[in-house]
Write a protein that binds this ligand. Structure first.
Ligand SMILES: *Cc1c(COP(=O)(O)O)cnc(C)c1O
Length: 468
C-alpha cells in the first residue's frame, strides 16, 4: 500500500506521515491534518467485511491511513490491545429499537463514553511511536467531563507519556471526577482548579503558547483535532452498516454532535465508499452547526448549559475539515475564512459549500423537551434506557424524513449511568453503574487543588514534570 501523506487544512504547514501527524495534533499553521486523499474501498472489499469481528474490521478500514508507518500486523496488535479492554465482545454492538431504528452502543469502553473507542487506540499509538526514543511527551488538557477520564485511562501507566488534566472544581459529576482521580498511576496528574471549564481551557491554551513551558516540555494534546482519533471512529460506521446490509443496502446515521468529530468520521466512511444515505447532525440548543448547515450562519454566542454537557459547545473545531473538502481543498481559502472567524466569531458559509454539505448532511436542533420525549420513547417503545446525548440523536433521527427503506442508526455515545440524574428525571429509572466500574465510590482519590491562577498552575506542572 502506498504511504499516506497528511496535509493541513490551511495549506502552509509541512506535509507529514501518519506518525508525525499523530504526535503533532494541531498543524503549525493553525490548521488540522487530513489525509492527502481519501482511500476508496471497493464494493467487494466492503462486502468482504461481512462476518469479520471488530478488530479485523478495524484493520481493513484503517490500514490505508497508516500505510508506510505501521504494518497490518502491527496495527492488528494495537487494535487487539485497545479493544480487548471493552466490556462487550462486539466492542460496538447494535441494538434494535423498532422496525427501522437502531442504536449503535459506543459506550462499552473503560470510561463509559464513546471517546474510549478513539482514545484507547491513541494511547497505544503514542506508546508505540515513542518507544525507544528520548522524548517524554507531556499531555495537558482541560475537561468538562468525558474527555478527561477517557484520556487518562488511555495513557495511565504508559512509558514516555505523562498527563496533566485540569477540571473545574465542583463542576463535574461525582462519577466523572472519580473516574479521573482514582487512577493512581504515577504518570497521571489531576488538577482541580478554582474556576470554570473555560478558565481551565484558557490556561491550557496559554501553556501551549508559553515559550518557557515549551522549552522544558514536549507538549501534546488529545482533543478531537487529532486525526488518529477520527480515524478510529470511521471503523464503527463500517461495522454497523455491514451488519445492516451494506454495501447492498444504504444506511443512515444520526450523530449527537459537539465538536463535529464523530459525525466527520461518518463523512470519511462515505468518502471511502460506504453507502451512507444520510448523516444527521443532531445538536442541542447550542446549535451553531444546525444554523450553519441550514442557513449558513456560523456564529458563536454564549454556551447554554444543558443535560447534554458534552455537546455544550460554541465552536466545532472539526467543522474546518469539512469546509476544507467543500472548498475543493483550497487551504488558502480556509485560512482566510478561519482568520475572519477568529476576528469576528462569525462567518457565513457560502451557498455553494452549503449545497455541497446538504447532499449528505441533514441537521436538527433538539431542545430539553425533545430530548426527554426521546428518552421515554426509547424506554417505552424500544425497551432501552438511554443517555441524554443519545436521546438527542434519537430525537433528530425520528424528526427527519428519511427514505422508508433505509435503516436509521443512532450513535449511543454514553452509558446512561454516566448521566443518571437526568435519566432518572425523564424515565423514573436510575441506571446502575456497570459492574466493571466496580467500587468506584470506595477507591482512593488523588488530585491537587489549585487556585484559578495561571502562574500557580504552570509552576505546579513544571515542578511535577521535573520530578519524573
Ligand atoms: C464528546 C461527546 C459528544 C460529542 O462528540 P463530538 O465528536 O465532539 O461531536 C457526544 N456525546 C458524548 C457523550 C460525548 O462525550
Amino acid at each position: 500500500m502506498a504511504e499516506m501523506d497528511y496535509i493541513s487544512t490551511r495549506g502552509s504547514a509541512p506535509t507529514l506521515d501518519f506518525r508525525a501527524a499523530t504526535l503533532a495534533g494541531l498543524a503549525d499553521d493553525g490548521g488540522l491534518y487530513v489525509p492527502a486523499r481519501w482511500p476508496r474501498m471497493t464494493t467487494d472489499a466492503i462486502r468482504a467485511l461481512a462476518g469479520l469481528d471488530y478488530v479485523e474490521t478495524a484493520v481493513r478500514v484503517m490500514a490505508p491511513f497508516v500505510a508506510g508507518v505501521l504494518s497490518e500486523d502491527e496495527l492488528r496488535g494495537l487494535c487487539k490491545a485497545a479493544y480487548g479492554r471493552f466490556g462487550h465482545d462486539a466492542v460496538t454492538p447494535l441494538v434494535q429499537l423498532d422496525h427501522r431504528h437502531w442504536l449503535l452502543e459506543l459506550f462499552h469502553g473503560p470510561t463509559l463514553a464513546f471517546k474510549d473507542v478513539a482514545l484507547q487506540l491513541l494511547g497505544q499509538l503514542f506508546e508505540t511511536f515513542l518507544r525507544g526514543g528520548e522524548t517524554e511527551l507531556t499531555i495537558v488538557g482541560a475537561t468538562s467531563g468525558d474527555t478527561g477520564s477517557a484520556a487518562i485511562e488511555a495513557v495511565a501507566g504508559r512509558d514516555h507519556i505523562r498527563i496533566f488534566m485540569l477540571h473545574p472544581e465542583g463542576r463535574v459529576s461525582d462519577v466523572q471526577r472519580r473516574q479521573m482521580t482514582t487512577v493512581l498511576a504515577p504518570n497521571v496528574h489531576n488538577i482541580a482548579i478554582d474556576g470554570s471549564f473555560d478558565d481551565a481551557q484558557a490556561m491550557v491554551k496559554r501553556l501551549f503558547g508559553d515559550a518557557e513551558a515549551r522549552g522544558q516540555l514536549t507538549l501534546s494534546a488529545v482533543n478531537s483535532i487529532n486525526w488518529a482519533r477520527l480515524m478510529a471512529q470511521v471503523v464503527y460506521y463500517f461495522y454497523a452498516a455491514v451488519r445492516l446490509g451494506a454495501p447492498e443496502r444504504p444506511v443512515a446515521f444520526s450523530v449527537p454532535t459537539g465538536n463535529f468529530g464523530d459525525v466527520f468520521a461518518g463523512y470519511v466512511a462515505a468518502q471511502m465508499g460506504l453507502p451512507i444515505a444520510r448523516l444527521v447532525v443532531a445538536t442541542n440548543v447550542n446549535d451553531i452547526l444546525h444554523r450553519a448547515l441550514t442557513s449558513g450562519d456560523y456564529s458563536a454566542g454564549a454556551v447554554t448549559p444543558t443535560a447534554t454537557p458534552s455537546m455544550d459547545i460554541q465552536v466545532s473545531s472539526n467543522f474546518e475539515r469539512l469546509l476544507f473538502d467543500l472548498s475543493g481543498r483550497d487551504g488558502a481559502a480556509i485560512a482566510g475564512m478561519m482568520a475572519e472567524f477568529d476576528r469576528s466569531r462569525a462567518m457565513t458559509i457560502p451557498a455553494d459549500m452549503r449545497a455541497g454539505a446538504q447532499a449528505l448532511f441533514s441537521s436538527a436542533r433538539i431542545d430539553a423537551d425533545g430530548m426527554t420525549l426521546a428518552l421515554r420513547w426509547a424506554q417505552e417503545r424500544g425497551g432501552q434506557i438511554i443517555d441524554p446525548h443519545s436521546a438527542v440523536g434519537l430525537a433528530a433521527a425520528r424528526a427527519l424524513e428519511i427514505d422508508g427503506d433505509v435503516p436509521v442508526v443512532t450513535l449511543a455515545t454514553a452509558h446512561p449511568a454516566k448521566f443518571r440524574d437526568a435519566v432518572e428525571r425523564a424515565t423514573g429509572v436510575r441506571p446502575a453503574l456497570p459492574p466493571r466500574l466496580g467500587n468506584l465510590f470506595e477507591r482512593e482519590e488523588r488530585y491537587s487543588k489549585l487556585p484559578g491562577d495561571y502562574d500557580a498552575v504552570k509552576a505546579h506542572i513544571l515542578a511535577e514534570a521535573a520530578r519524573g
